[in-house]
Design a protein around this ligand. Sequence first.
Ligand code: GDP
Ligand code: IMO
Ligand code: MG
Length: 427
Amino acid sequence: MNTCVVGLQWGDEGKGKIVDIFSGTADIVVRYSGGANAGHSVVRSADEEVFALHLLPSGILRENTLCLITNGVVLDAEIILSELAGLAKRGIDVGGNLKISGRAHLVMEYHKKQDRLSEEALGAKKIGTTIRGIGPCYSDKVIRSTALRVADLLHLDRLRERLERIVEQKNRYFAALYNDNEPLSVDVLFSQCEKWAEALKDKIVDTTAILHRAWKEKKSILFEGAQGSLLDLDHGTFPFVTSSNCCALGLGPAAGVPTTIVDRFVGVVKAYTSRVGAGPFPTEQDNETGQYIRDKGHEYGTTTGRPRRCGWFDAVAVDYSARIGGITELALLHLDTFSGLKELQICTAYKYKGEKLDFFPAEADVLDEVECVYETMPGFDEDLTGATSFDDLPSAAQNYIKRLEEILSLPIKTVGVGPGREQTLNR
Ligand code: GDP
Ligand code: IMO
Ligand code: MG
């Protein structure tokens, strides 16, 4: 059984938690897209500190699970090394469990600088990126002549030659576009590459070949999506998106396997909606309710610490991203965060200039102006964090789940009532 877990909102739905749980029965966990813009939290037990993973697949905490980072990822080697060091400090030896595709692209210091300068220049119109160099690295991948791949670390002489040419171009670019005249140093960048090469050389492999072998041997493969489908470069709320195809459709090219090998596409959603960074958010509650959800749900970014914008569940948006991704079931997290709210609202339709829209709009400007049509449901006061089965939940919480299933025509097979592994109900 091969499974793919993707977020159906604007990221931070709780993919890390779901992948950590599902990885208990997987042979291989695959992180296939995005980079260190992702922040996936895994909480093994209540008395243990959270693991915040940016690039390491969320199966890495299991002893016998092979974890792959495939070609679609933009790899910040500095962050990978610090994550590995962090795990070692906590007694987790990754050993041979981590393999990285030579086809993945390297995020360099100048990508982060470019990300920062570009956002600063945009001022109030900025995208609100994570400044992790994601967009600039993916754009160098598309340009090709200015890109460096992980496999280049295995051929340092050639890498140095390429780097000299790239740095010369980048220096001219930064000076011309941003009046930034602090030249990048080839020596400094190259010595970083030498360090990465030494530390990672044993992990660099052809992950496509490994996946095809595993598929043939009927191993169980779990694909871990990053970001959320509404941040997808093509299908999300452009231009307020990330630079990869992070919806389920992106899996094939980013891992080198046909998506038809996946039996189960699990869409992860929160019982409400959150978003970090700029961009349209029709159900946003920039008020006491939003603040209540933010405080109760600890809605502050895993990667940047930014407060997340919070609002009601947007069934129009989730219906769209579930269809785009061919989602077969849902995992609904953070239901516990609602406790204490008298009423819950679900957005079931959008109106634009007085007319009901029959599809999720393609333009951010339109989405910014839509009016949400809400369905109101009773809330609940009970604390859900100790629930161990669906029957333990108060009827208002059960009804909320059932109503979402009806609206979205998808089964909600997993329900989250807290961050811990054990705070997960299977239906
Ligand atoms: P990801 O990027 O999709 O992996 O999600 P993040 O880890 O960035 O954000 C999800 C946050 O919600 C993390 O702090 C999780 O520990 C937490 N979390 C996950 N599921 C639940 C849940 O059901 N209830 C509560 N209260 N917290 C949860
Ligand atoms: P996980 O995997 C939430 C958002 C940024 C910004 C936009 C572009 O933890 O769900 P980028 O740095 O990618 O160029 O930023 O995308 N963003 C995320 N938001 N969760 C994420 O990942 C995100 N990855 C990128 O906040 O709005
Ligand atoms: Mg996150």
